[in-house]
Design a protein around this ligand. Structure first.
Ligand code: XIL
Length: 320
């Protein structure tokens, strides 16, 4: 009942000459994506700084290639993302736009990007990471909320729904596996949005886990309470990082714990009726954002760099 997805590597702050675009040029990578997964999420290629690099220029090349690839391989696509505080182009973040102009910019972006892929995207991560860990709206770092006020959240859902009535529209965040302050903030927001008739359809748990932090065993219960509100749920960006040795690997003991966490996350999703989408944030560690973002950590994904299956891969397979 559940789509198993991967992020499609490409772009990212860590892209260098040593890190060639693996998509669409690497045939082995493409074959593994096609064979092993039934859902794809562009890791970076639909983010503002990629798809809308200048005020009057959109660049759809990578996103088009991913959507076409998914269709060729009978895969669904999760669009990611429309409304975020990160990976926005300089012209937007440093521009001198009035609130009216910003509103028009956001609406035009949604109409253009969502409209282009209308009918071809199963789920959109409309709003990404709009709360901080304390459960407060990001009124300072999210340009839209800062300049336009919290009501813009409802508007971006309405505009997205108008541009693609078939897509299921998600709120998405990290550190919301268990029912903590941030997850509670989403739970309250969803109730408000639904009461106002706003088209919000899903709650996505990114699940960027760290072995040093623990994994909240209440994940299924947390997903379930959103399900009880009538929302779909999804695990959208799962990876499990930890401290690596000089070889870039976790100890065998940590790899085993990692495998347990992968399968626990999948079990939590499988235990909830409306959790039909389960995505790991990449395939190979050589493409993963983890080593570049969290120094000293890595080995977070499910295959070795030669596509050998790690314990985490096998744990997922056994849990399915
Ligand atoms: C990450 C990508 O994996 C990196 O390539 C990029 O440099 C930064 O963003 N939450 C999200 C994702 O919603 O979009 C982020 O992806 C990881 C955290």
């Amino acid at each position: 009942k559940v789509e198993i997805g991967s992020a499609v590597a490409g772009g990212g702050h860590h892209t260098t000459a040593d890190y060639p675009e693996p998509f669409p040029n690497d045939p082995t990578y493409r074959a593994v994506l096609a064979e092993q997964f039934s859902s794809l999420t562009p890791e970076n290629q639909m983010k503002w700084n990629y798809i809308h690099p200048e005020p009057d220029r959109y660049d759809f090349a990578q996103a088009d290639a991913i959507v076409a690839f998914a269709e060729e391989n009978q895969q669904v696509v999760r669009g990611h993302t429309l409304f975020w505080h990160s990976q926005n182009p300089g012209w937007l973040e440093e521009g001198d736009h009035s609130p009216e102009e910003l509103r028009a910019i956001l609406k035009d972006h949604v109409d253009t990007v969502v409209g282009r892929y209308a009918g071809r995207i199963q789920q959109w991560d409309v709003a990404n990471e709009i709360f901080d860990d304390s459960g407060a709206l990001r009124t300072e770092d999210n340009i839209w909320i800062r300049e336009l006020g919290p009501g813009i959240v409802a508007d971006v859902f309405r505009w997205t729904h108008a541009a693609d009535p078939e897509a299921r529209l998600f709120l998405n965040d990290y550190n919301v596996e268990g029912p903590n302050a941030k997850a509670d903030a989403y739970y309250a927001l969803v109730q408000e949005l639904l009461a106002d008739g706003v088209p919000v359809h899903g709650f996505g748990v990114q699940a960027h886990l760290g072995l040093q932090y623990g994994f909240d065993g209440r994940m299924q219960a947390n997903l379930q309470r959103f399900d009880d509100l009538g929302l779909a749920t999804a695990v959208t960006e799962l990876d499990v990082r930890g401290p690596v040795g000089a070889d870039g690997q976790l100890s065998p003991e940590l790899r085993q714990r990692q495998a347990d966490w992968y399968s626990q996350a999948l079990e939590a999703c499988l235990g909830v009726d409306g959790c039909r989408s389960f995505t790991v944030w990449g395939v190979l560690d050589q493409h993963s954002w983890v080593p570049g973002t969290f120094p000293g950590q890595g080995d977070a994904l499910i295959m070795e760099d030669d596509y050998e299956r790690k314990p985490s891969y096998c744990a997922l397979q056994e849990t399915l």
